[in-house]
Design a protein. Structure first.
Length: 95
């Protein structure tokens, strides 16, 4: 297998998709989507930056490749080390 270069300076999930496609020896995005058990349009939307690469896909990639989440994030140029949920507080009304 080929060595993966894990130094990206800007966020670009295409680098991650291309690197994992090469590592898993897949032919195209349809094969990549099938390996992840998602529909092909999801991968197209991630490539075009209209859909972020979310936690589910990141965890599936981790399971398929055996790489750490940190290494996968480095491949796509994501430098965040913590993910925070955006939870809105809802006030309960008392009757």
């Amino acid at each position: 297998m080929t060595q993966l270069i894990t130094t990206q300076k800007t966020y670009n999930p295409n680098h991650l998709i291309d690197a994992v496609t090469a590592r898993l020896e897949l032919k195209n995005d349809a094969g990549f989507a099938k390996a992840l058990k998602v529909e092909a349009p999801i991968i197209e939307k991630v490539r075009s930056s209209s859909l972020p690469l979310g936690g589910y896909l990141l965890m599936r990639l981790r399971e398929l490749t055996g790489m750490s989440v940190t290494d996968l994030q480095d491949l796509m140029g994501d430098r965040r080390r913590k993910f925070r949920m955006n939870v809105r507080q809802v006030r309960a009304t008392l009757n």
